[in-house]
Design a protein around this ligand. Structure first.
Ligand SMILES: [Zn+2]
Length: 306
């Protein structure tokens, strides 16, 4: 029970807390929080608890539910989009999670990650592939939640990125192909300013080589953001390497897309021997690397949407 005086004090305390509560729209860039690598790492830990999370399995759905509940908690309008697609193992039911922060115009920017794991690897956790990027995109969602940007933000979490045998055609990229197709069918693809994909962003020895099949204007914007945040030396653009990843269906739909990937994840610089093995675990990623990636992408998004 509280008396009138205590109630007054309680109300005053509540008012003092209000500016921190997230109720006020963050329409000022200066009000955006910084990227917290530790928080992103905790999100990866939670996702890795659900391992393996292969597409079309009960754990795959559990992972989608976890992401959905986190977006919902942030007050982001979100949905789980369930669909069935053919795979070399027969039809599978999969679940994309899509969250939207509307902007003041009808333009949008997509930030994406897959969350499924590669099937058939004993003891597989997928801490880097696909935990790291999912944790970073969730932390970005927290930072931008409650903001009122000029351009809206779409957080897209894809199921079924991993191909069982050949990747495309018809194997792998299931979630991204489904979402890109949805955008085209609804005529929304013309409203998309770009698609930023994150994949394998948690390696302790982080060195990004952006594949040649990425939008060059977006790649340049990323390099600018990397320069601003002091991490320019961690990024380069390849003139020859082509990577089949979730950004490809968006490029095919005419949406400029970028794949932020460090595809050298291993026991020594230049090696990729942890990739798709039981060595892809929490010990081989770091909160610092998630923080580095998130800080650069936060800066890039900020300059594109406000
Ligand atoms: Zn993979």
């Amino acid at each position: 029970m509280v008396n009138r005086k205590q109630m007054g004090l309680a109300a005053a305390a509540l008012l003092a807390l209000l500016p921190l509560s997230g109720c006020k729209p963050k329409d000022q860039v200066a009000e955006l929080e910084t990227f917290d690598g530790q928080r992103a790492f905790k999100a990866v830990e939670a996702l890795v608890q659900i391992s393996p999370r292969d597409a079309g399995t009960a754990n795959g759905k559990k992972a989608a539910d976890l992401i959905f509940s986190r977006l919902k908690k942030l007050g982001i309008h979100s949905e789980i989009v369930t669909f069935t697609d053919d795979t070399p193992d027969g039809p599978k039911t999969m679940h994309n999670v899509i969250g939207r922060i509307p902007g003041k115009t009808d333009r949008w920017l997509i930030v994406g990650s897959h969350f499924d794991t590669m099937p058939g690897i004993p003891g597989f956790q997928g801490a880097n592939d696909s935990g790291s990027s999912t944790g970073v995109v969730l932390e970005l969602a927290r930072i931008f939640s409650g903001s009122k940007p000029r351009t809206g933000l779409i957080f897209a979490f894809f199921d079924g990125e991993e191909g069982i045998a050949h990747y495309i055609p018809g194997d792998g990229l299931h979630g991204s192909r489904h979402f890109a197709k949805q955008l085209v069918e609804q005529g929304e693809h013309k409203q998309m300013d770009g698609m930023i994909l994150l994949d394998m962003v948690g390696d302790r020895d982080l060195q990004f080589v952006l594949p040649a099949n990425s939008s060059q204007p977006l790649a340049k914007q990323l390099l600018k953001a990397a320069h601003t945040t002091g991490y320019r030396e961690r990024f380069s653009i390849s003139s020859s390497s082509i990577i089949t990843d979730d950004h490809v269906p968006f490029m095919q739909a005419g949406i400029p897309a970028l794949d932020i990937i460090d595809f050298k994840y291993g026991s020594a610089p230049g090696k990729n021997d942890y990739w798709h093995t039981s060595q892809d675990n929490l010990q081989h990623i770091s909160a610092e690397s998630l923080g580095l990636t998130g800080s650069v992408v936060r800066e890039m998004i900020k300059t594109m949407i406000f």
